[in-house]
Design a protein around this ligand. Sequence first.
Ligand SMILES: C[S@@+](CC[C@H](N)C(=O)[O-])C[C@H]1O[C@@H](n2cnc3c(N)ncnc32)[C@H](O)[C@@H]1O
Length: 322
Amino acid sequence: MTISLDAFFSSTADTPIAKFHAPLKMALQEHYEAKIHGRTSEWDQALASLPVANFEHIDLSQERVTIPLPSGWQLDKQALKENLMAFKPWRKGPWHYLGIDIDTEWRSDWKWQRIAPHCTDLTGRNVLDIGTGNGYFLYRMLGAGAKLALGIDPTRIFLYQFHAAQRLLAPNNAHLLPLRSEHLPAFGCFDTVFCLGVLYHRRSPIDHLQELFSYLRPGGELVLETLVVPGDKYTILVPADRYAKMANVWFLPSTEALENLLQRVGFQDVRTVDINQTSVQEQQATEWMTFHSLEQFLDPNNPELTVEGYPAPLRATLIATK
Ligand SMILES: C[S@@+](CC[C@H](N)C(=O)[O-])C[C@H]1O[C@@H](n2cnc3c(N)ncnc32)[C@H](O)[C@@H]1O
């Protein structure tokens, strides 16, 4: 079984996105419906065992995206926790889910706190989040006033995590489509495009920046967060093999080199608004993500370096206008 994505199509039927419904449906047919993940039936079963509700309110005032346990609800908390654990690894969060704290690998709220103050006010904006993960940031974007928060992410388990939350909520304007950015049409209509933690995974970074450009309306804003390295505008690190044990890292520019690339692609008013060295408090293994994490990716004798001897993860946020 595949999770239904009908809510996205019905809630965007009267928006400028409707004219892209046909290519999106074709992409979903090819890359989602026709490709069944080996763990689908296990995940379907776990999802079906979670409660369903129609809560209008989701508490976004705290670090955790919080769906509180309503008074009067009797739940077997241990069973609920085991059910949610079926969707491990939980990487992005934290969440509070009907009385259960989901302590994810990442403190994504820290990233949001670094980024949000620099963005143009999201009130009333149509927002696209490329590589959204499990949708944690989509709720943050709605909480900041976005009219529509559309996330794109091909990793199937994250779609299940997102729907674990969605099945408790009344119809809302957060949506996740299990696609890659390469599968998207050139929308040309989004007010803000977020691309957080994805650029370094792309083999062809300039093509990726052009894709991001194509999703925005003229005057729209790109919020780009990625791994960078210290250096001048000519510095770009292409790891010989792995970077911080990740096999799929291709391209780590300096902030100056990245600003230059964004300008070459056609962006204006390009600026670096934040630079932050990732700490082992922000990215760490938890009971919800039990694989190795940042601590194991760093040189045990020198936390300024990865185990491969490259500069340790440094993340920058850049903002630019189309
Ligand atoms: C490092 S995580 C970043 C998640 C989140 N944006 C954040 O900043 O915490 C990278 C995410 O990008 C997704 N991803 C990888 N390649 C992608 C692509 N071509 N298009 C869209 N998403 C992609 C992965 O599935 C993963 O969830």
